[in-house]
Design a protein around this ligand. Structure first.
Ligand code: SAM
Length: 236
């Protein structure tokens, strides 16, 4: 999957980044062209694409038997108990952070590699930061998650680096700071991004994680372009 690291250059579904998206799209195309010997993935034959991108690991009934389907990603936030300890990996403009805060967590760690989004958080949540309810953490998400106390969080939302490698690193780090009955939610549980037209590795990383560590799907939340959310927890 290393050759697919270019997928990290994704845009943001539903955002109006305009020129930035355009530059990213151009960059993606030139990087992918160089990776595939001048051939874009969309120009490969289906069998070549299947060989390039193996399917995500199969899940069994034990992984999906208790899964509930939600119509959108906001509704499962009802699973966050008041006073829960939470983290969001990848905050962008903090719109979803505000939805999480409305659940009244006791603490919310907002993690992003890009300082401009922490500055947005500073502007949007000054009182919560002053009170210690919101903690801003700038840097690579898996490194930051590994620095948090073991088994300290009830709910972790992963929406940062959507490559297989990035998502896997976040999942492995989240497992360590998650309480035993805690829940990990992930955005963009998809194999391919139809808006940004690039490979996503979240589906592969999540399925592999569930099989390896015996986690099950608690929910599947629909998104209109296939950028679905999932919530997973340890079986038992
Ligand atoms: C899709 S946006 C997050 C959107 C936000 N969760 C929401 O729902 O509105 C992805 C964010 O992840 C951040 N990001 C990407 N790679 C990261 C990494 N390795 N560590 C921390 N943040 C990262 C980006 O800077 C960006 O703000």
């Amino acid at each position: 999957m290393t050759a697919l690291a270019w997928t990290g250059l994704r845009g943001t579904e539903g955002s109006a980044l305009g020129g930035v998206s355009y530059v990213f799209a151009k960059l993606r195309r030139s990087v992918s062209a160089s990776l595939y010997g001048g051939v874009l993935p969309q120009d490969l034959r289906p069998d070549q694409r299947r060989a390039l991108w193996p399917a995500a690991a199969d899940l069994g009934p034990e992984h999906v038997g208790n899964c509930r389907v939600y119509p959108n990603r906001s509704q499962p936030l009802e699973l966050i108990a008041r006073g829960a300890a939470c983290a969001e990996v990848g905050i962008f403009r903090c719109d979803f952070s505000a939805e999480i805060l409305a659940r009244e967590p006791s603490e919310l760690h907002l993690i992003d590699i890009d300082p401009q989004w922490l500055a947005v958080a500073q502007e949007r949540f000054p009182a919560e930061i002053a009170s210690g309810q919101v903690v801003l953490r700038q840097g690579d998400s898996s490194t930051i998650l590994r620095s948090l106390p073991p088994a300290s969080l009830d709910w972790i939302y992963i929406d940062g680096d959507h490559t297989y490698e990035g998502c896997k690193a976040d999942l492995e780090a989240a497992r360590l700071c998650l309480k035993p009955a805690g829940l990990i939610a992930l955005n963009d549980y998809t194999f391919w991004g139809p808006s940004d037209f690039c490979k996503y590795g979240v589906m592969e990383a999540v399925n592999e994680f569930c099989v390896t560590h015996q986690f099950e799907f608690v929910y599947f939340a629909l998104q209109g372009r296939g950028y679905h959310d999932v919530g997973i927890r340890k079986i038992g």
